[in-house]
Design a protein around this ligand. Structure first.
Ligand code: NAP
Length: 258
């Protein structure tokens, strides 16, 4: 049996997920680095972790596809034999970022399948496995961390589907938190603000200006590492009497100011 704790990070190959993988790898977790379309990027993350003396494996598959979710967990178990942490990070923005009056069903389906159906059923799959492993004393407890967004509480008219999925992730977090507490599995939501990644590369100039004007109190871009540190705090049990909690990593953007 693998002695290190094992973390499965969806969308671990780029952006925020990559930062989470690096942070967890450094902290001694064996990391399963999931990717959907870019094996090269996942291989880089694995190489970085192993070069630093850690353990990692790449695992391809779309969280939106049931067989891929099964395959992902099977890969983690085949390589490491246990799973202590699931980070539901993989997510996509609204396809074409169309105004709500022009938004398409095609974008709705793609975004919902990736951002909501995928995490919901992957959590179900992994949670059942964690319960079994806790019962068999393979692991002592479990942590599930859902990467949501400020879009859970702040609307964008050109990303309605994205905002709705992120709001629903908050409800999903509470549902699983309630159901899994009795087994010793904590479930958390992290709401990042605007973070430097491929997802936000296209709106860089807009946010450079807005941040300089004071859109949020801490006047800089968020970085993947900011989110990764919050994930590490949660999985390291620094919130032992909390579950279903949302942690904002947004430079203070959620503060309403008069
Ligand atoms: P990103 O740079 O676009 O990276 C997305 C990652 O998700 C990639 O590793 C990608 O893998 C993977 N992915 C996409 N679709 C997938 C699927 N169906 N199955 C498995 N993996 C998939 O995005 P990011 O900015 O890091 O965002 C990560 C998460 O943070 C998302 O849930 C996003 O909503 C949330 N978030 C981001 C921001 C921000 O400002 N960036 C703010 C708030 C919340 P491939 O490279 O293989 O395609």
């Amino acid at each position: 049996m693998w002695k290190q704790k094992v973390a499965l990070v969806t969308g671990g190959s780029r952006g925020i997920g990559r930062g989470i993988c690096a942070q967890l790898g450094q902290a001694g977790y064996a990391v399963v680095v999931n990717y959907a379309t870019r094996p090269d990027a996942a291989a880089e993350v694995v190489a970085e972790i192993t070069k630093a003396g850690g353990q990692a494996v790449a695992a391809g598959g779309s969280v939106a596809v049931a067989e891929d979710r099964q395959g992902l967990m099977a890969r983690a178990l085949q390589r490491f034999g246990r799973i202590d942490v699931l980070v539901n990070n993989a997510g996509i923005t609204s396809q074409g970022r169309k105004d709500i009056l022009e938004a398409t069903e095609a974008s709705w389906d793609t975004v919902f399948n990736t951002n909501l159906k995928g995490p919901f059923f992957l959590t179900q799959l992994v949670a059942n496995e964690m319960v079994r492993q806790i019962d068999e004393k393979i692991i002592t407890d479990g942590k599930i961390v859902n990467i949501s967004s400020i879009s859970a509480h702040t609307i964008s008219l050109n990303r309605a589907d994205y905002c709705i999925t992120k709001t629903a992730i908050g409800v999903m977090t509470k549902l699983y938190a309630q159901r899994l507490a009795e087994f010793g599995i904590g479930v958390f939501e992290i709401c990042p603000g605007v973070i430097e990644s491929d997802m936000t590369a296209g709106v860089k100039e807009k946010y450079d200006r807005l941040i300089a004007e004071g859109l949020w109190p801490i006047r800089r871009w968020g970085r993947p590492d900011d989110v990764a540190k919050a994930v590490l705090a949660v999985v390291s049990d620094y919130f032992p009497f909390s579950t279903g909690e949302c942690i904002n990593v947004d430079g203070g953007f959620h503060i309403r100011t008069l």
